[in-house]
Design a protein around this ligand. Structure first.
Ligand SMILES: Cc1cc2nc3c(=O)[nH]c(=O)nc-3n(C[C@H](O)[C@H](O)[C@H](O)COP(=O)(O)OP(=O)(O)OC[C@H]3O[C@@H](n4cnc5c(N)ncnc54)[C@H](O)[C@@H]3O)c2cc1C
Length: 325
């Protein structure tokens, strides 16, 4: 006799919760998602969202998870336009006196930027092609795929692991920065990110200029708008856009890519990245309930999402050996 696949209750409908729910449903699990916010209201909806490992540890986990996610997003870009993922060429800028980012060298086909490709003030750069997701479209697509595979939805706050523990089920906490009292983790902290949105102009290439003297800067063109950033303020938790920061972002990014000044400013958005010294992905017995903790993905949630979902599936299989199943 084969053991039936355990039921899976995912708490959270950001990119981590939705991707995990979809991977689990694909693997034949009976899946329910409980979320206080709709996908479009989550931090995930604010993400820029370029494939680029950033503000998350440990590298030993991030690198294989990011590589697995790259392959899946690249395939979606190729085969499934309705998912809202595109492969785009862009440039990671280096500045005199700062160590270059390591990840561009890992992207197949990367090359040194020509002098003529560098923005003013840059000492060198790497050109490469990576996936970018238009998050409102991508999150909607993930949700639709889940629904098609029978995933059930409950839009509410989960208050207690005991109350959510369906008999024989594994709980996945994909709760991002805050679990709203469900299972507090003192190691979590916000890394505030503010972006400005520009529409009605065409900028094809993305630019990441992390060591810009004016602050970490990026320009991420998506299907219908361009996301200009940004900030990474550890410990700051205000969700209100700061007008001074908005001015700085617009000036710096227009300097990097003058074509932006022909566009229309559509507004600013703020999100709190779920910071943690290390990403948490572990299966724990919480008073007799098998619980997989999956949060703290910092500035890399989109970048590692499919790797995390696949690693979570392995933990779900381990949990099926749990005495309560
Ligand atoms: C400005 C900005 C730019 C970014 N750019 C990028 C980028 O380019 N590339 C990249 O990879 N990443 C980027 N990120 C980071 C990325 O957004 C995060 O890592 C990712 O969104 C985390 O996803 P998550 O699903 O863990 O959390 P969230 O999206 O925050 O989702 C958490 C979910 O848990 C639910 N929840 C919590 N507690 C409960 C409860 N008790 N009951 C029910 N539901 C609950 C919430 O309602 C929500 O649905 C960026 C972030 C910001 C702010």
């Amino acid at each position: 006799m084969t053991t039936p696949a355990p039921k899976v209750v995912v708490i959270g409908a950001g990119v981590i919760g939705l991707t995990t729910a979809l991977a689990a449903a694909h693997a034949g699990h009976d899946v329910k998602v409980i979320s206080a916010q709709r996908p479009e209201e989550t931090v995930s909806a604010v993400a820029a969202a370029i494939w680029a490992p950033y503000h998350a540890e440990p590298a030993a986990w991030i690198n294989p998870w990011a590589a697995a996610t790259f392959d899946i997003l690249a395939r979606l870009a190729d085969t499934t336009p309705e998912a809202g993922v595109q492969m785009r060429e862009g440039i990671v800028v280096n500045r005199e006196g700062s160590a270059p980012l390591a990840w561009p060298e890992t992207v197949a086909g990367n090359r040194p930027a020509l002098l003529s490709e560098l923005p003013r003030g840059a000492s060198s750069g790497t050109v490469c092609t990576v996936p970018i997701a238009t998050m409102p479209t991508y999150l909607k697509w993930l949700q639709k795929e889940c629904t098609a595979l029978g995933v059930a939805w409950e839009w509410r706050t989960a208050r207690s692991l005991v109350l959510e523990a369906d008999p024989g089920a594994v709980i996945v906490l994909a709760t991002g920065l805050q679990s709203l009292g469900l299972h507090p983790d003192d190691g979590m902290y916000p890394v505030r990110g503010q972006v400005a949105i520009i529409g009605n102009t065409k900028v094809d290439r993305w630019i990441i200029d992390d060591a810009n003297p004016a602050g970490p800067s990026y320009i991420i063109p998506r299907t219908d708008e361009i996301i200009c950033g940004g900030t990474a303020e550890t410990g700051a938790a205000s969700l209100a856009p700061d007008p001074e920061t908005q001015k700085r972002i617009l000036e710096t990014t227009m300097d990097l890519s003058p074509g932006l000044s022909k566009g229309t400013f559509l507004g600013s958005r703020v999100g709190l990245r779920p910071g943690r010294h290390l990403i948490r992905l572990e299966l724990r017995d919480e008073n007799g309930i098998p619980v997989i903790h999956s949060y703290g993905h910092g500035g890399s949630g989109v970048t590692v999402s499919w790797g995390v979902a696949n690693a979570t599936l392995e933990l779900i299989n381990t949990a099926s050996q749990h005495p309560s199943n």
